[in-house]
Design a protein around this ligand. Structure first.
Ligand code: DX5
Ligand code: ZN
Length: 225
């Protein structure tokens, strides 16, 4: 059914949050070699979410280490303030949260002015209606299926309904919208998100937490098709 709604090609974006940071370039090379499509980079500021992770300097170091697009997920209170740093560091995709006070249209414009792609994310409890008014300027919408802040949490099924609404709305508007799903994605939950209409799949612990990371990436890819 999702084919009828203009399904986009499926992409796998391993989240380095669950990787070994002491050998980040090797971890990224491993998933890239096994067929990963993007590298998902989780940026947390200890305010928007109760956790601190990494910033633009890590993105800058990673940039020459891989040819894969860097998919930067900003879980920070003031995305506009730090946007120039991430653009300069070499992010290809920058996604920020609709729950922040910053103006999505303005930030998307700034991202597009640099020739980069922009996404708008929403927490599990945020209604899909909060992002619908901005779909015309979004390259992607990221639907969280866990509360943002930590890897390794259990998948929430309720947000899938938002994915279906977004896919239908993108089709209605004739937009090539990527719909990314993030949180608790594994080999069991991925098909549920795909069926709902998601086409970009973030997975952290289900990839980097396994013994044979390359084999796991190949399994994910075979599910995505
Ligand atoms: C959570 C992050 C996710 C996280 C996913 O706030 O946005 O990208 O790395 O981790 P898993 O796949 O383990 O749920
Ligand atoms: Zn993320």
């Amino acid at each position: 059914m999702n084919q009828d709604l203009g399904m986009r090609p499926g992409l796998l974006a391993p989240s380095i949050l669950s990787s070994d940071f002491s050998k980040l370039a090797e971890e990224v090379a491993l998933v890239a070699g096994a067929g990963a499509d993007w590298v998902h980079v989780d940026v947390m500021d200890g305010h928007f979410v109760p956790n601190l992770t990494i910033g633009a300097p890590v993105v800058k170091s990673l940039r020459p280490a891989t040819e894969l697009p860097l998919d930067v997920h900003l879980m920070i209170e003031e995305p506009g303030r730090y946007l120039p740093d991430f653009l300069a560091a070499g992010a290809d995709w920058i996604t920020f949260h609709v729950e922040t006070q910053d103006d999505p249209r303005l930030l998307m414009q700034r991202i597009h002015d640099e020739g980069k792609k922009g996404g708008l994310a929403l927490r599990p409890a945020t209604p899909v209606g909060d992002v619908l008014p901005f779909i015309d300027v979004c390259d992607m919408v990221l639907v969280m299926t866990v509360e943002p802040g930590f890897g390794g949490q259990s998948f929430m099924v309720e947000p899938l309904e938002k994915i279906a609404v977004l896919r239908a709305e993108a089709a209605r508007l004739g937009r090539d919208l990527e719909i990314e799903v993030d949180g608790g994605i594994d080999l069991t939950t991925l098909p549920l998100a795909r069926e709902a209409g998601a086409n970009v799949f973030v997975a952290g612990s289900a990839i980097f937490g396994t013994d044979d990371v390359a084999d796991t990436v190949r399994r994910f890819k075979s599910l995505i098709g």
